[in-house]
Ligand binder design. Structure first.
Ligand SMILES: [Fe+2]
Length: 349
């Protein structure tokens, strides 16, 4: 009987404990608010970050004195339907001492990928997506006035700087509305094409169309979590949804938005891909940086669009804007100041 009482006590204690964790706000750590009047010259970004692994890159990133840090997904590895666990994982990341140094010096934006969404390679049928979305926005300290809080999904946009020195950052949600992936019948490939499947959902497409059509920014940076240009590997990529893939390219071209560049993560590799789209006056780049704590060291894959080395060391991405010459340098960087890939692009004025 005594044992039963003790068991009951432990059970009630655990339930109350979980409840308390769930209702506490994630972050009480002071952050630097987003200042949209800022002229951005240095933007750092990255993805795939395990709380359980050493995180050696934050001090390197802080040394670059970026105006902004952009998370591109798998910011933590939650992989859970239990939002109390997700909450705890985010909290652990916020307690990471070197990440706290970044938070104390740089404004932070971001979007998720599958592992922080809650399910590996997950899409629109993930049951906890609403609660998980709120936890992500809390982790990122997204201001309550931001439109993302009053709609479904995690997609966001931010416009920085005065006329003539304007940067728009568009963060796509490739999870919340995404149709189911189609398994591949080809050996060595996990996924093939889902010919009718959609990546963003109509509401997000309408929003993205308006964001690009109305943009008066000189540089439009689109963060996508999964790779856009690389279309050969068998993992997650935009090419698994060919209609959406083409729709995105068509939209980028028809919007005539200036200086569009894609950023991606997810793959545990780094690389720079380039594509020349018909009727686009400059090449489109996809800068992939992944991961911050773990990489796919044995990676050895073809990518007909790759214009850099294939990076299989821990890495983060760096964008440096030369406003005077309308020139941008994209880099994939690593430990001890290493530069694994670098591409300087002059955009038409
Ligand atoms: Fe991922």
């Amino acid at each position: 009987m005594q044992k039963l009482t003790l068991l009951l006590f432990i059970l009630v204690y655990m339930m109350l404990g979980c409840k308390t964790n769930q209702t506490q706000p994630i972050s009480q750590i002071p952050v630097i608010p987003i200042d949209t009047t800022q002229i951005l010259t240095t933007i750092a970004f990255g993805s795939c970050n395990k709380v359980t692994e050493p995180q050696p890159l934050w001090s390197e990133i802080v040394d670059q004195q970026p105006d902004l840090w952009v998370w591109l997904g798998d910011n933590i590895y939650g992989d859970t339907t239990n939002m109390a666990v997700m909450h705890q994982e985010y909290q652990k990341q916020l307690q990471q001492p070197d990440y706290q140094k970044l938070l104390a010096s740089t404004s932070v934006l971001g979007i998720w990928d599958d592992h922080d969404y809650g399910i590996n390679d997950g899409g629109k049928y993930f049951a906890q997506k609403e609660a998980s979305r709120d936890l992500m926005l809390e982790f990122l300290s997204v201001a309550p006035s931001r439109p993302v809080w009053s709609r479904e999904g995690g997609y966001q946009s931010y416009t920085f700087g005065p006329e003539g020195q304007r940067v728009k950052i568009i963060l796509l949600d490739t999870r919340y509305f995404r149709d189911t992936l189609m398994e591949s019948s080809m050996e060595g490939k996990r996924y093939g094409a889902n010919p009718q499947g959609d990546m963003l959902g109509e509401t997000q497409w309408t929003w993205l169309t308006e964001e690009l059509n109305a943009s008066d920014a000189q540089f439009n940076i689109i963060g996508s979590s999964i790779q856009v240009i690389h279309d050969e590997h068998g993992f997650e990529k935009w090419a698994n949804f060919p209609k959406s893939h083409q729709r995105l390219y068509d939209l980028i071209v028809s919007s005539e938005a200036e200086g569009v560049v894609l950023l991606s993560g997810d793959r545990h590799i780094g690389e720079i891909s380039r594509l020349k789209l018909p009727e686009m006056p400059y090449p489109l780049y996809d800068i992939t940086s992944s991961g911050l704590t773990h990489v796919y060291e044995e990676a050895d894959e073809e990518n007909r669009h790759r214009v850099s080395d294939l990076v299989t060391s821990l890495n983060y991405g760096l964008i440096q804007i030369d406003w005077e010459n309308r020139q941008v340098t994209y880099q994939i960087k690593g430990e001890n100041g290493a530069t694994y890939a670098s591409e300087t692009v002059a955009y038409p004025k």
